[in-house]
Design a protein around this ligand. Structure first.
Ligand code: RB5
Length: 146
């Protein structure tokens, strides 16, 4: 299981972030909370950038939460080396890691409940990248987008 989690949200994802920080710490993870510190209205790109830069740098796996997960994933994927995926169920979370080597998980607090979110995070953290043909495809993402 990955050991360091870099987490961030906007106001739309603040409550789920707070909950997941406590859950992750109870699982023995080292959690780096990039904010915000309160549920006041704020702009998701700022927090997506803070988490994306660290995830791209290999400092840990990222988790970004907004209302839908969409704005976070759009922003995070602008950073070279980031593969951010919105996941709404455990199957997507497992595939995001096993096939896409995703390094930033995006969640929507207004889309999924707390129990589903916990299951998604657990599946995401427990699943390893399978490499092989999936590595070739991930490398191709860089090539075709140049
Ligand atoms: C904020 O209202 C909302 O737009 C944001 O949390 C997110 O869902 C954007 O993608």
């Amino acid at each position: 299981m990955a050991k360091t989690i870099i987490i961030g949200s906007d106001h739309g994802g603040f409550n789920l972030k707070k909950h997941l920080v406590a859950v992750l710490e109870s699982w023995g993870m080292n959690v780096l909370d990039m904010g915000p510190d309160c549920a006041e209205s704020c702009d998701y790109p700022e927090f997506a950038a803070s988490v994306a830069k660290k995830a791209a740098n290999g400092e840990g796996l990222g988790i970004l939460i907004c209302g839908t997960g969409l704005g976070m994933s759009i922003t995070a994927n602008r950073f070279p080396g980031v593969r951010a995926t919105v996941c709404t169920n455990e199957f997507m979370a497992r595939m995001a890691r096993a096939h896409n080597d995703a390094n930033v998980l995006c969640l929507g607090e207004r889309v999924i409940g707390i129990g589903v979110a916990e299951g998604i995070v657990k599946a995401y953290l427990e699943t390893e990248f399978e490499g092989d043909r999936h590595k070739r495809r991930i490398d191709l993402i860089e090539t075709v987008s140049k």
